[in-house]
Design a protein around this ligand. Sequence first.
Ligand code: FAD
Ligand code: SF4
Ligand code: SF4
Length: 480
Amino acid sequence: MAKQTMLKFTDVPRLMPEKRAAEARTDDFDEIYREFADEKAKEQSSRCSQCGVPFCQSHCPLHNNIPDWLKLTAEGRLREAYEISQATNTFPEICGRICPQDRLCEGNCVIEQSGHGTVTIGSIEKYITDTAWEKGWVKPIAPSTERPESVGIIGAGPGGLAAADMLRRAGVQVTVYDRYDRAGGLMVYGIPGFKLEKHVTERRNQQLTDGGVELRLNCNVGEDISFEEIRDTHDAVLIATGVYKSRDLRAPNAELGGIVRAIDFLTASNKTGFGDHVPEFESGELNAAGKKVVVIGGGDTAMDCLRTSIRQGAESVKCLYRRDRANMPGSQRETANAEEEGVEFVWLSAPKGFTGDEGQVTGVRVAKMRLGAPDATGRQSPEEIEGADYTEDADLVIKALGFEPEDLPTLWNQPELEVTRWGTIKADYRTHATAMDGVYAVGDIVRGASLVVWAIRDGREAAEAILARFDNAAASIAAE
Ligand code: FAD
Ligand code: SF4
Ligand code: SF4
């Protein structure tokens, strides 16, 4: 029976959902991939060979039951596919859109390894849950019983919200504190709409608040409320604050106007997309329109800045990266999308300093590089080619050099909160418990800049550990 429906990878070629043409998609911030039509989703699911040991599943951080939901989709049993998909993933439609599948599930699909092209797992995951939303199968959280315990979660990104969802389903009283005016963390203010449209995150926020999760927004812990107060108010605390300190560039004239941080640029763009009044965007300071833009960096944040600049109407958009295409950290799929949209990549190029006029940047002094011997990690180190410097014209330079954690023990006056030498919070890798009793930590603030799917996994695991703590405490009271 299974063989009739499945294993069609030799007959059915791999197909992604239709991608909008570059000229059309650069006019707006809408997602670039359209939804699969029902028949196409069925057909693509039927390519799966139903592996006995599914490598796709073992390389998914959430260990999603991929072969089962593919088979159910191929058979047209979408509601059951949705039930299985949502059992292991709090936000399947978000992961389906923005996981780097080529490095995770799809990159490890055996069909890909055998040269037939991977099953398009991410797009099918998105299709299943988007359909579930459309059909009304995604229900508000309705705990069968209310529990007396409360948890304070600091940070409304995917890590904090995944934990909030699980705790609330178990009947726990949950308050999420966030310094931003909207919940979602980097899913709302970092990642642009052309990868993840804002309504997708917004409807999840609504689902949480409809289910009784209290969101306390515009509340900066350490300023508007102290960490002690949160700890005193709740039975357990979860820190999910992400990493926001931008790595900087030390180079001559780096303080010139027009040299900005990626997170500021992207946040301004995302807020503008919501219709908010953003003075730095309106003044042109954080707006690429009509400018020669140079983005420094080769990761996913750099890709997002490049493609945002194109959509804002920049005159030209270039990416400087000190290694070559094969050695860049950003996703190859996103790089190809950026190129289609008109971004020019200047490989093996590193900024050495900036030129300016009346306090404003006019260019980037660029050192040309070559790749030398591999370092201890096996990665080839870039070396400067003497005498090959030149100036790249620029009137907006965006630094996308990565993020580091803020110094939370100092900011919150909590010296017992142990951190690693990189400043990330030390937490048990399974329970996510920190050195402070009843305090847990998840997501980027523990891992360093990572992925939404890992934050979701951490948040779900921490919620389980917190529930186990409450159950143990209740059991010992009952035994007394
Ligand atoms: P965050 O999402 O950063 O959320 C932390 C929250 O804590 C924020 O809302 C913040 O306001 C709040 N907060 C911080 N300090 C305080 C405080 N003192 N008081 C109150 N609130 C506080 N990942 C992918 O998987 N796919 C992608 O395509 C992708 N693209 C990315 C693009 C960009 C530009 C960036 C920057 C990141 C991208 N990532 C991507 C990474 C991903 O967004 C993060 O790994 C993920 O959001 C981390 O989740 P988190 O819950 O740990 O933290
Ligand atoms: Fe793949 Fe991410 Fe979905 Fe896991 S959560 S199946 S890695 S897209
Ligand atoms: Fe199907 Fe590929 Fe996963 Fe095997 S590895 S179960 S073929 S999706």
